[in-house]
Design a protein around this ligand. Structure first.
Ligand code: F6R
Length: 242
C-alpha cells in the first residue's frame, strides 16, 4: 500500500487526476471503476481540465460506477447517473455505450446485478478503481458487517450513511434506503485501487482502515489485502497515521 499525504484537498485532487490520466495515457482503452460523493469532485474537475487543455482522450475508455441509489430515476439530480453526467461524462469524449452505472430502476434486481458483473468481466476486468470511504468505513455502499465475498448486490443503507447523504436531499426521509453496489469481491478484483479521503471527519476511520484489524465491521480494512492500493489523503484525513 502506498500512502500519499497532500497538503490540502486541491493537491489531493491533482494527484488523483494525475494517476488516472497516467493510466489513460498508458492504456487508452482502460476500464475505470468510478466513485461519486464529495471527495472525487476535485479530481473530476482536474480530469475535465486535462481533457480540454491537453486532449486527455476518453474515446476508448470504459467506465463502471461503484453504485447507484435504488428507486431513483436516472434523471433525478440526486442520482449517481446525474452526478456522473454533470461532473465528468458530458465534458469529455467518452462514448455513451462505454459508460456503465448500476441500474437503480431495475425491476429484476438479481438479473441486473449479475448482468453488471458480466459486463465487467467482458470488458476484461477493472484496471483502476477509484474509491472514497464512508464515515462508517464503507467502500461503495458495502456497509459494516459486509460479506467480503459479495459481488454486485442490493444493499440496505446504514442509518449513518443515510444521515451523511441527507445533505444532498431536501429532507432525510427523501434519502433512498437502498442502493445497488459493487461488492467487496468486485472491488478487490480491480487490478489497481486508488482510495481518496479528505477532511477531519475521515481521520479516525482512515487510521482504523489502514492500520487496524481486517474485519467485516470495517469494510475498507479489506484493502490491506490488495496488492496494489494507492491511498491519497489530505493532511486533515491523515491525522496521526504512522
Ligand atoms: C460513492 C461511494 C461511497 C463514497 C463515500 C464517501 O460512489 O461509493 O462509498 O465514496 O460515502 O463519500 P464522500 O466522498 O461524499 O465523503
Amino acid at each position: 500500500m502506498k500512502i500519499y499525504v497532500e497538503d490540502n484537498y486541491q493537491k489531493l485532487s491533482k494527484k488523483a487526476a494525475y494517476i488516472l490520466a497516467s493510466q489513460i495515457r498508458l492504456k487508452p482503452d482502460s476500464v475505470l471503476g468510478l466513485a461519486t460523493g464529495d471527495t472525487p469532485l476535485g479530481m473530476y474537475r482536474e480530469l475535465v481540465a486535462m481533457h480540454q487543455r491537453e486532449d486527455l482522450d476518453f474515446r476508448e475508455i470504459k467506465t463502471f460506477n461503484l453504485d447507484e441509489y435504488y428507486g431513483l430515476e436516472k434523471e433525478n439530480p440526486q442520482s449517481y447517473h446525474y452526478y456522473m453526467m454533470e461532473n465528468l461524462f458530458k465534458h469529455v469524449n467518452i462514448r455513451k455505450e462505454n459508460i456503465h452505472i448500476p441500474d437503480g430502476e431495475a425491476s429484476d434486481i438479481e438479473e441486473a446485478c449479475s448482468r453488471y458483473e458480466g459486463l465487467i468481466r467482458q470488458a476484461g476486468g477493472i484496471d483502476l478503481q477509484v474509491l472514497g470511504i464512508g464515515r462508517n468505513g464503507h467502500i461503495g455502499f458495502n456497509e459494516p458487517d459486509v460479506k467480503f465475498e459479495a459481488t454486485t448486490h442490493l444493499v440496505h443503507l446504514d442509518a449513518d450513511t443515510i444521515q451523511a447523504n441527507a445533505r444532498f436531499f431536501d429532507s432525510i426521509d427523501k434519502v433512498p434506503t437502498q442502493a445497488i453496489s459493487m461488492g467487496i469481491k468486485t472491488i478487490m478484483q480491480a487490478k489497481k485501487i486508488v482510495l481518496l479521503a479528505s477532511g477531519h471527519e475521515k481521520r479516525e476511520i482512515v487510521q482504523k482502515a489502514l492500520e487496524g484489524k481486517i474485519l467485516p465491521e470495517l469494510p475498507a480494512s479489506v484493502l490491506q489485502l490488495h496488492n496494489d492500493v494507492v491511498v491519497i489523503l489530505d493532511q486533515k484525513a491523515a491525522g496521526e497515521l504512522k
